[in-house]
Design a protein around this ligand. Structure first.
Ligand code: NI
Length: 227
């Protein structure tokens, strides 16, 4: 399941993040790669463990906590501290699957990557190329969103970033370990959550049917979640 999260960051938050990350030195993107993806990746990355990385990542983590759509879709247990990358001058990232387990540099924090997230941090009209292309059951989906918008997709999917042929693509990327490991179960819970919200709007929050369906949602979550 691929879910776009519009306006995860406000224009002001995008500007704050860019102000922080544009002011420091970047390094070769292969610092976080596994051996296979190192062959495919050509980009730059913000060094981890720096004050700029922590401050800019904190703005994104705060925004995730406020986003009801993110919480409903991801059912997050752990979120990897957001990383940042940028592509210019024909740089690209060839087809790969993200590593199953991510360990934070210099710490013992580790997560299983169930979901991958990209937060776009550059005006989409300011660069050519740089589409995130995700292969799914219904073929390829190409994603390129305005600054501040985000996309959530299964870490198990093959994906790539097309060459950036004009301007510069700047983004944050990271992984989420969900309370619900199975993508299909997580999708049912998300669709049910959206349905219950629609029913609550149509019938009222205290309608007996809405209360009953809310109970079913929580009982499915109790059955499937590891908290
Ligand atoms: Ni990837």
């Amino acid at each position: 399941m691929l879910i776009a999260i519009p306006e995860l960051l406000s224009a002001d938050e995008v500007a704050r993040v860019r102000g922080i990350i544009d002011a420091v030195e970047w390094v070769d993107g292969n610092v976080t790669s596994g051996a296979q993806s190192a062959l495919a990746k050509r980009n730059e990355q913000l060094p981890e463990g720096t004050p700029a990385h922590a401050e800019a990542g904190g703005i994104i983590l705060d925004a995730l906590g406020r986003s009801g759509l993110f919480v409903a879709a991801a059912l997050p247990l752990k979120v990897f501290p957001p990383l940042f990358n940028r592509y210019a001058g024909g740089q690209a990232f060839g087809t790969h699957v993200d590593n199953a387990v991510r360990i934070q540099r210099g710490s013992d924090f580790r997560i299983r990557s169930d979901l991958s997230m990209t937060v776009f941090l550059e005006d989409d009209a300011a660069y050519d190329g740089g589409e995130l292309v995700i292969e799914g059951n219904f073929g390829e989906q190409s994603v390129k969103l305005p600054a501040g918008h985000a996309v959530l997709y299964p870490s198990s999917s093959l994906h790539h970033v097309t060459p950036v042929t004009r301007g510069r693509r700047v983004a944050s990327f990271f992984w989420i370990q969900s309370m619900v490991r199975d993508d299909g179960a997580r999708r049912i819970l998300f669709e049910m959550d959206q349905g219950v919200q629609g029913a609550a709007e149509a019938l009222g929050q205290d309608h007996a049917t809405v209360i009953a369906l809310t109970g079913v949602y929580h009982n499915l979550l109790r059955r499937w979640a590891d908290a």
